[in-house]
Design a protein around this ligand. Structure first.
Ligand code: BV8
Length: 251
């Protein structure tokens, strides 16, 4: 694959690395992306489902949709892209560098692949909260019996994710922005880069002089310096091996 060696060299030299991921990194785990051919959004208008207004209007529909996605995420397994990102973290940290993984995904697969230095910008599907009190609960592996689901404090349970029109967790956004502003290399993997403020992290890294690299099956609007076009589960293990020939991504 042309263009992989300069990226590998930049990774070997880097003192600070950020990896920004989107739904595309979980496609090879069998989880649909949002705007792909059969994306979750195709059947459902995001504005109709992923907003506090939609939940207020029809909590049964929205909580059933999210429970379907929660069960799919629990049934899925990390793929070689997730494992390569976890290995990349280990290689950078062992070399004394700084590493930050920033994900828009709410499926929890990065943690299960062994990633540690992780910021979940948009929350996590496996945790739910009472929409009145905010008290969090971690549901068991089985589907909820009925929708909507009564919360512990008189509200309904909702997924602990960030909906359109809702603010991101300030600590997560601050950590992501700080890492983007001080990294030498940012990999942008499997995201359409159209949702903000996540997409603005690429701009911040480029403005800070970082080498920016997109890994995607197609080119997106992201303003990056390098594009490695291909499936993340194929490109990332190859990039890690090209960067650190002794590296052995687990899995
Ligand atoms: C906010 C969680 C303050 C829930 C999600 C500035 C300009 C314009 C609009 C805005 C702006 N600032 C704010 C907005 C509004 C809005 C926004 O960005 N709208 C967009 C649509 C224009 N942002 C917000 O509302 C944010 N909040 O700003 O609060 C505020 C408050 C009040 C009023 C104003 C502002 C909150 C945004 C977060 C929403 N929650 N998810 C859930 O999961 O249901 S967003 C959700 O969609 C994802 O988390 C992700 O972030 C986003 C996009 O998805 P991607 O991950 O990129 O996936 P997608 O399918 O789009 O693309 C997949 C890619 O992978 C493709 O490129 C494909 O080619 C590629 N691919 C496929 N297979 C593979 C692959 N690549 C590699 N390998 C493969 N195998």
């Amino acid at each position: 694959m042309n263009g992989i060696e300069p990226v590998a060299a930049a990774l070997r030299r880097a003192r600070g690395v950020v990896v920004l991921t989107g739904a595309g990194v979980s496609v090879e785990s069998g989880l649909r992306s949002f705007r792909g051919r059969d994306g979750w959004w195709r059947g459902h208008d995001p504005a109709r489902l992923a907003t506090p207004e939609a939940f207020e209007a029809d909590p049964a529909l929205v909580s059933e949709w999210y429970d379907t996605r929660r069960l799919a995420a629990l049934a899925a397994a990390p793929n070689p892209a997730h494992e390569a990102i976890a290995e990349l973290e280990r290689q950078v940290v062992v070399a004394g560098g700084r590493f930050q993984l920033v994900t828009q995904n709410v499926d929890g697969l990065h943690q299960r692949a062994g990633s540690e230095r992780l910021v979940e910008l948009h929350g996590n599907l496996t945790v739910w909260r009472d929409h009145r009190s905010g008290r969090r609960v971690t549901p068991g592996p089985a589907a909820f019996e009925a929708y909507p689901v009564p919360g512990p404090d008189g509200g309904w349970l909702r997924p602990d994710v960030v909906w359109f029109g809702e603010f991101l967790p300030p600590a997560a956004l601050a950590a992501a922005a700080a890492a983007a502003a001080s990294c030498d290399v940012m990999l942008v993997v499997g995201t359409s880069a159209v949702v903000f403020p996540a997409a603005s992290l690429v701009v911040e890294a480029a403005a800070a002089g970082a080498v920016t690299v997109e890994v995607n099956v197609e080119a997106t609007p992201a303003a990056v310096g390098h594009r490695l076009i291909g499936a993340a589960g194929e490109v990332l293990p190859r990039l890690v091996r090209a960067s650190w020939p002794s590296a052995r991504p687990r899995g």
